[in-house]
Design a protein. Structure first.
Length: 289
């Protein structure tokens, strides 16, 4: 993995982790599915417009269209839709920690379904990631957590795993930003339907809501998704997914800073273990290549 990929991965983790805090702020003042639908409508139209201005085409290959639809439905519709609903009762830090288990699920799926093998050092790194996430999650569970919201987050991370695997190599041939914009519009359609079925939209206008919504739409929504597509295409789903090991710390730290959610010694210990897991996985990948 080159330095550019590492820096892009760190930037993605920062943007991705902060989305849980901004989402928690949004759902406090607006109905979750309707707010997410509007977010994807704006992000998708912006993405497509910028892509067209850069000369990118919406004439995608069949593989790109397939990945765009699958990613739009599962990542934007199911994963984020369920997380937005869950964060009405679940802390932002809890949602971030659950979502950060995605690389473990990706590695397991690649091993069981696609036959990809991991070196012992890589397996040890994944195990360390599990232990680190467990340490941080344990501190949260003892303080109480909504079971229904927890289940929604777990279903969401499975959908995110499938979405991640579906875009492996699908963006080859260019049109990165166009694909990002189109998959957001796909998510918008799915969420609009879910809103019509399950929700009566409401909003309590405030500057806090406006800032959080604008940030979520432009940074975690548009910029982070583009970086994620770029990473998966450049270094593969498993390597890209290892950056999610940073998200428990970044998600917990952001929530502690902006939402005053708790941050204790057990959280810090979990971060150290997760960091060692990242190092082990990356060293294993370097040996493999």
């Amino acid at each position: 993995m080159d330095i550019r990929a590492i820096l892009m991965g760190l930037a993605f983790s920062l943007m991705w982790s902060s989305a849980f805090t901004s989402a928690r702020i949004i759902v406090a003042d607006a109905s979750p599915l309707a707010a997410l639908t509007l977010r994807y409508l704006i992000s998708g139209l912006l993405g497509v417009a910028i892509a067209r201005a850069l000369g990118q085409s919406w004439h995608l290959t069949p593989a790109q269209w397939r990945a765009t639809i699958i990613f739009g439905v599962l990542q934007n519709g199911v994963y984020l839709g369920l997380n937005f609903v869950a964060m009405q009762t679940v802390q932002a830090s809890v949602a971030a920690i659950i979502a950060s288990t995605m690389p473990l699920l990706v590695a397991m799926a690649l091993w069981i379904v696609l036959g990809e093998r991991l070196r012992p050092l890589g397996i040890a790194g994944l195990a360390a990631g599990i232990v680190g996430v467990g340490l941080i999650m344990g501190a949260r569970i003892t303080s109480g957590v909504d079971p229904f919201g927890l289940v929604l987050c777990c279903i969401g991370v499975v959908a995110l795993t499938i979405a991640t695997l579906s875009v492996r190599g699908a963006t080859s041939g260019g049109n990165f930003l166009m694909i990002v914009g189109l998959q957001m519009l796909v998510g918008c359609l799915v969420l609009a339907l879910a809103t019509a079925i399950f929700e009566t939209p409401h909003v309590t206008p405030s500057w806090r809501l406006l800032v959080a919504f604008s940030y979520t739409t432009l940074i975690p929504g548009l910029a982070a998704t583009f970086v994620w597509f770029w990473l998966v295409n450049r270094i593969g789903a498993t390597r890209a997914a290892t950056f999610h090991f940073l998200n428990p710390f970044l998600g917990v730290a952001t929530a502690a800073l902006l939402l005053s959610e708790p941050l204790g010694q057990q959280d810090i210990l979990g971060v150290v273990v997760i960091t060692l897991g990242i190092l082990a996985v990356q060293l294993s990948r370097q040996q493999k290549t």
